[in-house]
Design a protein around this ligand. Sequence first.
Ligand code: BES
Ligand code: MN
Ligand code: ZN
Length: 496
Amino acid sequence: MAELPAVHVTTDAVGDLDVDALIVPVFRGAIEGPGTDVALRALGLDDVPRQHDFRGKLGEILHLAAPGQPWGRVTLVGLGRLDALSDETLRRAAGSAVRSVLATAQTAATTLTLVEGSTDATRAVAEGAMLGAYRYDDTRSDPQPRTLTDVTLVVASSLADRAGAAVARAGIHARAQCVARDIVTAPPNRLGPVEFADLAVELLGDDVEVEVWDEQRLADEGCGGHLAVGRGSARPPRLVRLRYAPADPVATVSLVGKGITFDTGGISLKRPSSIMDNMKGDLGGAAAVLGAFTALAELHVPVEVRGELCLAENMPGADAQRPSDVIRIRGGTTVEVMNTDAEGRLVMADALALSAEDDEVDAIVDVATLTGAAFRAIGKRASAVFANDDDLLRQLLTAGDAAGESIWHLPLWEDLRDNLESDVADLDNLGRGDEAGATMAALFLREFVDGTPWAHLDIAGPFWQDEDRYHLPRHGTGVPVRTLLRWLEAAGDHSG
Ligand code: BES
Ligand code: MN
Ligand code: ZN
């Protein structure tokens, strides 16, 4: 993975900082605010330069020369409206600002951390700075220049002691999210199920047990959904089973990730083929789970966490499953496969059943790029969440809010359950009717959790974006790694 810059904290006076770029926030309307005045005074400016093309809109950038100052330049970054200020606007502004100096400065400092003098705000700025410095260049022979190595956050002296810990946590979360980004953006010829499984082994240290089930083991274990999806590809499927077990865990949870390394749709081929364009990212759920696992030990997460990475390539090969095949999921449920492009629910059904049959598991959260219907309903900026348990639902919504990763609750209408009935099997993977596609997929998954508290995050919208946007880069975004981590960190507070 590409290196992220180191983030430091200082209580030194801004005028004493010897950096290539000083990043200074400006509120919308180009009004000053905390963190702005000090730099302006030093520059001999009475107020923010009023330019028709710089208004202080969130993420807007203006680079100014700073003659006679210790800083090579001042980079103004818009912070949006003062009354809309939040940890997330700070995170976003930090991301945009850092990206704007990524290839032109070696060192940067920012007073964004003076705007809201709290540890949460400090953490948000640090997250934004690191996440905004990410760029995928694993596959370029001549990587684009990247000079930025150090970012210093200027904090009030009252915060000095706590800021360091907040920044450390931010770094762990940001690096975990970038692991997921690398996996989502990696080309599918280089990252099939076997390569993904190898990567999991390589990335996870001694604190996580890794077990890899190959196709023979999947067959022995009755994982007929996973195998059915994988058989259309020359590259065999894998189930990667992870276990992080701290001493005296307060609970045990299972994270299940959809890991389709490429989704052609199978025999029910995607049409037009242009909708296959970002289907190398159909492993975004598994990437997020693996990314989260890389951080658990460092964060001293107090719960035992199991992970199930459901890895397969959905191809229309000679041995591919056919529409109308009937398959058998672990636990015995039979499924008529009416559409081979509804493959995510098939690979995950076995893993959900495996998690649910384990009495130690208190809650299951799955993450999947599952349905186009999810983003058609709520847009591409938010994950949809479905749950059979109100406490778990609330915990995830709270975690998403703290992470700045939008999550919207969608319903599991009981009335639609009938639409999953098949004439020849226990279930139909498509569901009759073409309404409520995201809900139908979620209702299908629910069949396999056997009443265990469960939530399903459909990330078909936010796993990918076409353009850089604040701290999120174009292509794989690594959403919702930080939500999962915030939830797991807080798990100690929820239990008991
Ligand atoms: N991986 C896709 C869903 C998807 C689409 C994710 C676009 C991200 C962006 C999934 O396997 C799929 O093909 N879903 C179908 C389900 C349908 C056949 C019931 C869909 O959404 O059209
Ligand atoms: Mn599909
Ligand atoms: Zn898919």
